[in-house]
Design a protein around this ligand. Structure first.
Ligand SMILES: Nc1ncnc2c1ncn2[C@@H]1O[C@H](COP(=O)(O)OP(=O)(O)O)[C@@H](O)[C@H]1O
Ligand SMILES: [Mg+2]
Length: 469
C-alpha cells in the first residue's frame, strides 16, 4: 500500500510542469530552512534565558538576604517593605521579594497587602540557596530562596518572572520570521527568473519539435547558450538542418520521379503511335494492295503459267520485305533475342545495329559468365541501361568511338560506357529524364549508377549491380 502511494506521488511529481518543480523545490527548501532556524533560535535563546534568570534569582536572593539582616535585627519592617517594593519596581525581571520567619509567618514582602498564600508552600525549610520553578496565573516564576543568618531570621524568597524575557524572545522570533519571509520572497522572485531562463529555451525547442512533427521544416535555427541546454539546442539545430536537407532532397527526387514517370508514359504513347502508324502505313497498305493483286489474278482469264509464276514471285518478294520490317518492329519493341539467345548476344546485335545506324564504332569487352549469373529482369535492366547510354553517346557526344565493358565477379556486375566526346556539366543540365531513368533502373536492383563527365574530355557512365549467389 505504502509503496503504491509512493510510486503514485512520484508519478504525480514527474507530471508536474518543470516550472512548478523548480519553484516548488525553492519554496519548500526555503520554508524548511526557515522553520529549522526559527526552532533552533527559539530553543537556544530560551535555554540561555532560563539559565540567566536562574542566576538572577539566586543572586538576588543572596544579595537581599544580606541586606535584610540589619533591618530584621532592628525590626525595621516598614523600611524593609519599602526597600523590597522599590527593588521589585526597579529590576525588570524581579516579580516579588518576601521573608518568611521560622514559624512560617510572612515578616516583610513587596506585595504590601494581599499576599498570595500559595507562595508559602514553595521552597520551605531550605538550608542553603535553592531555586524552584513554579507555575502561577501570571506564568512561570523561578523562586530563589536563601536563609537569612543560617535561617535564624527566616528565609527570603526572590521571584523572577519569565514574562519580560519571553517578550524579548517573541520579539526576536518575530523579526527573524520577517527576515526569513523577505528572503523567501526574494528566493521566489529569483527562482521565477531562473525558471524562465531554463524553461524558455526548452519551450522553444518543444514548439520547434512539434512544428517539425507536423511536417513544417521551415523553422529558424534556435538561439543557443553555453550550458547543457545550449548544447541540446545546437544538437537540435543540427538535426533540424539535416532533416530539412534530406526532406528537400526527398521531395526533389520525388519530383524527378514524377517527371520520369510522365516521360515514360509519353514515350510509351509515342511508341504506340509510331507502331500504329507503321502498321497502318506499311503493313496494312501492303496487305491491301496484295489483296487487290490476288483479286486481279483470281479474275484474270488471260494469264498463262509463265506470267502467273512471275506475278507470284513478285508478290512473295513484297511479303518477305514486309515480314522483315515486321520483325524489326517487333525487336525494337521487345528484344526477343534476350529471351531466345541471352543478354550478351542481344547486346552484340544492338551494338552492330548501332554502329551501322550511327557510324560510331563500339569496342565491346566482356569478362565473366554474365548470362548465367543474371536473372531475366536484371538482363532487361542492364540491356536498357546500355541502350540509353549508347543512344546518349550517339545523340550528344559527337564522337565516333565508344568503349563498352561488362565485368562480372562473384558479387557484382560492373559496367562502363565511356566516350571521348564533348562531355557535359551535369549540374547545368535540366532535363535529365534519361539519366534518372538509368539510375532508377540500377537502384531497382539495389545497384548504383554514376556519371563522370568533363567538357571536351568525354563522359563515363558506370554501374554496379549486386548478384545473387
Ligand atoms: N555521352 C554524353 N555526352 C555528352 N552529353 C551527354 C551525354 N549523355 C548525356 N549528356 C547530356 O545530358 C543530358 C541529359 O541526358 P538524358 O537524361 O539522357 O536526356 P536526353 O538524352 O533525353 O537529352 C543530355 O541532354 C546531354 O546534354
Ligand atoms: Mg538520353
Amino acid at each position: 500500500m505504502r509503496s503504491g502511494s509512493y510510486v503514485k506521488s512520484l508519478e504525480f511529481l514527474s507530471n508536474v510542469p518543470l516550472k512548478f518543480k523548480i519553484m516548488g523545490m525553492v519554496i519548500f527548501t526555503a520554508f524548511l530552512i526557515s522553520l529549522i532556524s526559527i526552532i533552533q533560535v527559539y530553543e537556544t535563546t530560551e535555554r540561555q534565558a532560563v539559565s540567566y534568570l536562574k542566576e538572577v534569582s539566586r543572586s538576588t536572593a543572596n544579595e537581599m538576604a544580606n541586606l535584610s539582616e540589619d533591618y530584621l535585627l532592628t525590626n525595621d519592617i516598614y523600611k524593609l517593605d519599602q526597600i523590597f517594593q522599590e527593588t521589585v519596581r526597579l529590576r525588570p525581571n524581579l516579580r516579588y521579594l518576601f521573608v518568611v520567619d521560622k514559624s512560617g509567618d510572612v515578616t516583610a514582602s513587596s506585595f504590601g497587602s494581599g499576599f498570595p498564600r500559595e507562595l508559602l508552600k514553595v521552597n520551605r525549610n531550605v538550608k542553603k540557596t535553592k531555586i524552584e520553578l513554579i507555575g502561577t496565573d501570571e506564568g512561570k516564576i523561578l523562586d530563589g530562596a536563601a536563609p537569612i543568618m543560617h535561617g535564624n531570621l527566616g528565609i527570603i524568597h526572590a521571584g523572577v518572572s519569565f514574562k519580560k524575557s519571553r517578550n524579548n524572545i517573541n520579539q526576536l522570533i518575530q523579526s527573524l520570521v520577517v527576515t526569513l519571509l523577505t528572503i523567501i520572497g526574494v528566493g521566489i522572485v529569483l527562482s521565477l527568473f531562473l525558471t524562465y531562463i531554463i524553461t524558455e529555451p526548452i519551450k522553444d525547442l518543444l514548439d520547434a519539435t512539434k512544428a517539425i512533427g507536423k511536417g513544417n521544416y521551415a523553422i529558424k535555427p534556435l538561439k543557443s547558450t553555453n550550458d547543457e541546454i545550449g548544447e541540446l539546442v545546437l544538437a537540435f539545430n543540427d538535426m533540424a538542418y539535416k532533416l530539412t536537407k534530406s526532406e528537400k532532397e526527398r521531395s526533389e527526387r520525388e519530383n524527378q520521379r514524377k517527371i520520369l514517370l510522365k516521360k515514360i508514359i509519353d514515350a510509351q504513347e509515342n511508341e504506340r503511335k509510331r507502331v500504329a502508324r507503321d502498321l497502318h502505313d506499311k503493313l496494312a497498305q501492303t496487305l491491301a494492295s496484295l489483296t487487290i493483286e490476288f483479286k486481279l489474278i483470281e479474275n484474270s482469264r488471260t494469264l498463262n503459267h509463265a506470267s502467273l509464276t512471275k506475278k507470284i514471285k513478285e508478290l512473295r518478294g513484297a511479303i518477305t520485305k514486309e515480314l522483315d520490317s515486321l520483325r524489326t518492329l517487333c525487336s525494337d519493341l521487345r528484344p526477343s533475342v534476350i529471351d531466345d539467345l541471352g543478354l550478351i548476344p542481344a547486346i552484340e546485335l544492338f551494338k552492330d545495329e548501332f554502329t551501322k545506324r550511327y557510324k560510331i564504332s563500339c569496342d565491346l569487352r566482356i569478362h565473366g559468365d554474365i548470362d548465367v549469373r543474371l536473372d531475366k529482369t536484371a538482363k532487361i535492366v542492364v540491356y536498357r541501361i546500355i541502350q540509353e547510354a549508347l543512344i546518349n553517346v550517339a545523340r550528344h557526344s559527337f564522337t565516333d568511338k565508344v568503349n563498352l565493358t561488362l565485368k562480372c565477379n562473384s558479387d557484382f556486375l560492373k559496367g562502363t560506357i565511356q566516350d571521348n566526346g564533348k562531355g557535359f556539366d551535369l549540374s547545368k543540365e535540366h532535363d535529365l529524364a534519361g539519366i534518372y531513368g538509368m539510375r532508377e533502373r540500377a537502384e531497382m536492383l539495389n545497384g548504383r549508377l554514376s556519371f563522370y563527365s568533363e567538357i571536351n574530355k568525354g563522359t563515363t557512365v558506370s554501374f554496379e549491380i549486386p548478384l545473387k549467389r
